[in-house]
Design a protein around this ligand. Structure first.
Ligand code: ADP
Length: 295
């Protein structure tokens, strides 16, 4: 779904915001992107969303090489990517409903379809589907969910979130991440940039760590219940051209990642199987009806 090959973003006179990053992200993955302030997290998200062009290397998203894409087709690509920022940037002179409808108004979506999709997106994030109050009448956590609904109303295949929990207390952060989990189980590929180590660690998802623009590590942690009895993490070295990336997998048997030079995780996340109906999880079936309403 997303491939970076030697992707580099250089800002003159001397800043390599992203430096020779190789990365493969499969459809349906949920990824936490971590690193110190200035590590390149936002720049990486901008490269993937097509908001910035790589100085060198390739960024391929959903089969399109962003370095070579016709500028007329870039808006089409951007419409398949939802972006959620730390500050929701909502319009207080408009209702919550109209804020969520904004991306559809921009593309002149017919009003009947627009209303249906706005209601479905608001419902999906747990808000009143006919909320006519302005965003400022809602709590901080609810405002972030309005922004999430606005990002979802375009039905993105990929959701990029840049420090989305930065302004939320731990409880609200957890609620928002639960929503992310639900969306991921419904098939949305997600990358969440965060400096909150606890947030990433507690969710047992693939975690990328950037350091001064370089991909320092790529860690896949699977919950114990999914991999059988295991008491230790297996650390497997995978060489990715110039960068040495450590992939840690909690698994019963060793996974040969050395033959895979792509940097992709050894296995698909369990959530993807659930979405494809391969796991018998009643919770995911409930979400399935949400998918029908939403899609
Ligand atoms: P993070 O999101 O991890 O905090 P950023 O991607 O925002 O990091 O920034 C990575 C580095 O690139 C920083 O040193 C930052 O100052 C620099 N940078 C980001 N955007 C620009 C820009 N438009 N012009 C110049 N330098 C930039």
């Amino acid at each position: 779904m997303i491939t970076l090959l030697g992707a580099t973003k250089f800002y003159p006179p001397d800043q390599f915001a992203i430096n020779q990053v190789n990365l493969q992200i499969d459809e349906g993955e949920m990824i936490f992107l971590m690193g110190h302030s200035g590590a390149g997290k936002s720049t990486l998200l901008k490269l993937i969303s097509g908001l910035e062009e790589p100085t060198r290397g390739q960024v391929i998203v959903d089969g399109r090489n962003l370095g070579q894409i016709n500028s007329k087709r870039l808006p089409e690509l951007r419409r398949s990517i939802g972006i959620l920022l730390q500050n929701p940037w909502l319009l207080n002179e408009e209702s919550v409903f109209d804020n969520v409808a904004l991306p559809l108004r921009i593309v002149s979506c017919p009003w009947r379809e627009r209303d249906k999709r706005v209601r479905a997106a608001l419902k999906l994030v747990g808000l009143n589907p006919n909320e006519m109050r302005p965003p400022c009448a809602l709590s901080t956590g609810e405002q972030q969910r309005v922004a999430l609904a606005r990002a979802l109303v375009i039905r993105p295949k990929i959701l990029l979130a840049d420090e989305p929990t930065g302004n939320l207390d731990p409880e609200l952060s957890e609620q928002l991440v639960d929503k992310f989990m639900q969306l991921n189980e419904m098939g949305t590929t997600m990358i969440i940039a965060t400096h909150d180590r606890d947030l990433a660690n507690s969710n047992e998802k693939r975690t990328l760590i950037l350091e001064h623009g370089r991909l320092k590590s790529d860690v896949v942690a699977k919950p114990r219940k999914e991999c059988g009895v295991t008491d230790e993490l297996l650390e497997v070295e995978s060489s990715l051209s110039n960068d040495s990336v450590v992939i840690s997998v909690a698994a019963e048997s060793p996974v040969d990642l050395k033959s895979d030079n792509s940097g992709s995780p050894a296995s698909k996340p369990a959530a993807a199987d659930e979405f494809e109906g391969k796991a018998d999880n009643p919770a995911s079936k409930v979400e399935g009806s949400d998918v029908d309403r939403y899609l």
